[in-house]
Each structure stands twice: as C-alpha cells, then as structure tokens.
Design a protein around this ligand. Structure first.
Ligand SMILES: CC(C)(COP(=O)(O)OP(=O)(O)OC[C@H]1O[C@@H](n2cnc3c(N)ncnc32)[C@H](O)[C@@H]1OP(=O)(O)O)[C@@H](O)C(=O)NCCC(=O)NCCS
Length: 187
C-alpha cells in the first residue's frame, strides 16, 4: 500500500492498444507469482494454450481494467456479462452469449499483477471496481474459476470456494482451479 493508504498506480479501462502489454504482464505475473502453486510446465501450458491470456471481448465490452504505474502496466483484471468463464482469445471454449443479470452471476476474469507490485492493493482495487460495475448492471452475484494464487485475493474479498477442479488443458497438462462465488449484497 502506498502512502496515505491508497494503492499505487492509475486505474483505467483497457484499450485494444494495450493488448501486447497485457499479454506480457500476464506472462510475467503467472511466471513470477504462480510458482509456489504450480509447476513451470503448468504455467507455460496455461500461457501457451490461452487459459491465461488476453480476452479481446472484455476490452471491447469496456469491462477490462489496467493499472499503470511508472509508465508501464502493473495490474489487469475485469468482469464479464458473457458466459465464457475463463481463457483468452486463443482459448477454444468460448461462449459469447450474454448472461441474464437477474438470474445468473457475472464473471470475474483474468486478474494479474506484476510480481514487483504485488500485495500493494492493486488486485483488490480492480476487483472492487468490477464488483461495483457488475452491481450497477443489475447483477446480484459473481463467479469465477480462480487459480490457486487468485484464491487468496478472492477469499480476502468474501468469495467462497467450491470443490477444486483438475482442469485438463488442450495439451493434456492438468491444472488445479477453483470455482468461487460471491453474492452482491447492497454495499
Ligand atoms: C492474485 C493476484 C492478482 C493478487 O494481486 P495483488 O495486487 O497482489 O493483491 P492485493 O495486494 O490487492 O491483495 C489483497 C488481499 O488479498 C490477500 N492476498 C493477496 N495475495 C496474497 C498472497 N500471496 N498470500 C496471502 N494473501 C494474499 C490478502 O488478504 C491481501 O490483503 P493484505 O495484503 O492487506 O494482506 C496476484 O497474486 C497475481 O497476479 N497472481 C498470479 C496470477 C494469477 O494467478 N492470477 C489470478 C487469476 S484468477
């Protein structure tokens, strides 16, 4: 946390021009912060198969955010009103259909913070922004498929875990991910 208690950096909506920088940040973040929970092979497979990757649809929807500090991207993450639960552009299993806010949870998607900027409140700040926007769109709950490093952030913000899933990526490598959910009560 920076002086004055505010997380560092400037939060803004991602643009299409950010895509290369977001892809770079995702890879650096996963390699730097994923090691305690996953093997190098699992991390490289997740990047390679697009399980960790940029989802252009979220950027076009205006529901993906980046945090910039010292002239570079240090955090990213978003929410979605569409059915796709995880995965970037290269990921085959995508469902662009829109959700019904009255009966279906919005999705929390692709949070990654630069290792040099972790534990300074950036993830929390992006997540709180996503929650307030999803609420403003009429959603009453949120869900996601969290990575193991992500679970710690989401748990701290009131998300509840379901049974862990062994997900098989397109190259046959398996990775443990965790369905999580939160009800959006009035703030
Ligand atoms: C998960 C991730 C986005 C968290 O980002 P972050 O900016 O470091 O998180 P914050 O600083 O906002 O943390 C908020 C709270 O979450 C919890 N938390 C976050 N990371 C934690 C960790 N490594 N260990 C324990 N608690 C953690 C803490 O309660 C923390 O509050 P505190 O620092 O005051 O104790 C980051 O670790 C990351 O990018 N990981 C690798 C990529 C990945 O797996 N992303 C998730 C995809 S679903």
């Amino acid at each position: 946390m920076s002086e004055g208690g505010r997380p560092p950096g400037a939060l803004r909506r991602a643009t299409l021009d950010d895509r290369p920088a977001i892809a770079g940040l995702i890879a650096v973040s996963a390699r730097g912060l994923g090691r305690g929970d996953y093997t190098d092979r699992q991390i490289e497979s997740a990047i390679e198969t697009g399980v960790f990757g940029v989802d252009t649809e979220l950027i076009l929807d205006g529901t993906y955010f980046v945090v910039e500090a010292e002239g570079r991207l240090v955090g990213c993450g978003g929410w979605s009103r569409r059915k796709t639960l995880f995965g970037g552009d290269r990921f085959a299993r995508r469902e662009a259909e829109e959700l019904d806010p009255r009966s279906e949870p919005a999705k929390i998607r692709a949070f990654f913070v630069h290792p040099e900027w972790s534990r300074r409140g950036i993830g929390r700040r992006i997540l709180e922004r996503c929650e307030s926007e999803a609420r403003a769109h009429g959603f009453r709950s949120l869900e996601m498929m969290a990575t193991l490093p992500g679970v710690r952030l989401y748990r701290a913000l009131g998300y509840v875990e379901d049974e862990r899933v062994q997900y098989e990526m397109d190259d046959g490598v398996r990775i443990e991910i965790v369905p999580m959910r939160k009800s959006l009560a009035e703030p």
